[in-house]
Design a protein around this ligand. Structure first.
Ligand SMILES: [Zn+2]
Length: 387
């Protein structure tokens, strides 16, 4: 990964390349900050720059996306680093037993999965996403003593080909205490040209002895402008600034918000269509709508029902208190948006809430979705007439 692929963080990156260029490379560094700020991506790009044979220096950073320098991306080391396949790059991360590895798991067993995970998200990922990629159900993993032993064993060997041998430990806080104590020994007696890049979201969960032996690289929030730029193709121009601000400097949060918006649009259109069917009560088209609903997964069915219930409550607030919650109702046409909320009043909001809650309860307990939705449709239709 090159620095140019990283979202924002320009002044931090420029500090890091300056330090490397001056030859003052500390043998242990702690990249500290949330995954969504890019701490792991920074460590990966740092390691590549460290080993690049043809570092690029730019006289005018403003012509190079704010960077004063970057790795070349083309020398033999860069090429291997881009694939995360360099023999002198060692990756450590939380792991656990899986369907394939049923006992004594270790990072060595999951190298190709982890590379694929990183290449797929440019280093911006959460432990949960990683465990999902591994197919670990219980979503727990640690960096264990087998991993620490592996580090101690291989660090004694000289680098094969690169100037620096690099160990990246992602989610250092997931290393158990015995393993961390072994690693501590390694940090105390560094071998020449071996660099440890520890990546962590939380300083509080690390041994103080580890922290004291590593140079701190504090990774701060990403600036709004850079987040806006990263999502310019996916978010409408007029909404972009607010969208970027809502991410609070966190790329992963922005990504989540984007997914939620996409869901809302799909749900919003479904909701309007459903309510129209309930006024018409044409059995054929209502059945078709329910068939479509049934294609959603169970969790999504539940999410839709929660969405619809919130939309109805929003209508109620608009009718009774004049509260504007257009966000939930911007998917209908003007006529629908103007007239539909008036159907939700004090006479039926409790009935509607009850009908939705019992359907959600039923779907959570594996009720047959189509029948539950038909029943709910009739109940809602009845309630709408009681306004
Ligand atoms: Zn290079």
């Amino acid at each position: 990964m090159q620095f140019k692929d990283i979202i924002g963080q320009r002044s931090l990156i420029n500090n890091l390349t300056e330090i490397i260029d001056s030859g003052r490379v500390s043998h242990a560094q702690l990249f500290l900050g949330p995954n969504g700020y890019g701490s792991l991506s920074l460590a990966l790009a740092y390691a590549q720059y460290l080993n690049c044979q043809n570092r690029q220096h730019f006289d005018d950073p403003s012509q190079h996306d704010g960077l004063r320098a970057d790795s070349c991306g083309e020398c033999p080391h860069c090429k291997k680093y881009q694939q995360l396949m360099h023999t002198d790059l060692h990756l450590y991360f939380p792991n656990a037993t899986t369907k394939r590895i049923t006992k004594e798991p270790s990072c060595a067993e999951f190298q190709s999965e982890f590379r694929e995970f990183l290449l797929g998200n440019s280093g911006y990922g959460t432990p949960d996403e990683w465990f999902t990629a591994l197919g670990i159900e219980q979503k727990q993993g640690i960096i264990n003593t087998r991993d620490a032993n592996d580090i101690v064993r291989t660090m004694g060997l000289t680098a094969y080909e690169a100037p620096y041998k690099v160990y990246i430990v992602w989610m250092m806080e997931k290393m158990n205490v015995q393993a961390a104590n072994k690693l501590l020994k390694a940090l105390e007696e560094p071998t020449p040209n071996t660099v440890f890049l520890l990546v962590s979201e939380s300083k509080d969960k690390l041994l103080s002895t580890i922290i004291s032996r590593a140079q701190l690289v504090q990774v701060g929030k990403i600036d709004n402008e850079s987040i806006a730029k990263a999502f310019a193709a996916q978010v409408e121009q007029e909404r972009l600034a607010a969208f970027a601000a809502a991410a609070e400097g966190d790329y992963l949060k922005a990504k989540q918000n984007l997914q939620r918006t996409e869901f809302d649009e799909q749900f919003g259109q479904m909701f309007v269509e459903w309510m129209r069917q309930l006024f018409k009560l044409n059995m054929a088209s209502l059945s078709a709508w329910i068939e479509n609903f049934a294609t959603l997964g169970r969790e999504q069915q539940k999410q839709f029902l929660l969405y619809a219930m919130n939309a109805l409550r929003a209508c109620f607030l608009r009718t009774t208190a004049g509260v504007q919650l257009d966000y939930l109702l911007r998917f209908g046409d003007e006529k629908f948006n103007a007239s539909f909320p008036n159907f939700i009043t004090a006479n039926n909001i409790a009935l509607l809430d009850e009908a939705f809650n019992s359907t959600i309860f039923a779907i959570e307990r594996n009720a047959y979705g189509k029948i539950a939705m038909m029943q709910l449709s009739f109940n809602v239709s009845k309630a709408l007439k009681k306004r």
